[in-house]
Design a binder for this molecule. Structure first.
Ligand SMILES: [Zn+2]
Length: 67
């Protein structure tokens, strides 16, 4: 099941997490640099085929996981 729909503007809602498609299980995130950046951290995608960054809530989704 996919949830590609963006949530309509809701004043109290948290911003929707950014989804980043990756092709390897080892990913690194530094928040994109700039004011929104954070220390670079590394994650390893497990059996769920995605991992969320603890700093910036980005979700890294493994491409082709169900091939
Ligand atoms: Zn991050």
């Amino acid at each position: 099941m996919e949830t590609d729909q963006t949530t309509p503007g809701d004043a109290d809602a948290l911003p929707a997490p950014e989804i980043v498609n990756v092709k390897t299980r080892r990913v690194a995130c530094d928040g994109g640099g700039g004011a929104l950046g954070h220390p670079r951290v590394f994650y390893e995608i497990g059996e769920e085929n995605f991992v969320e960054c603890l700093y910036c809530d980005r979700r890294f989704v493994l491409e082709g996981g169900g091939h």
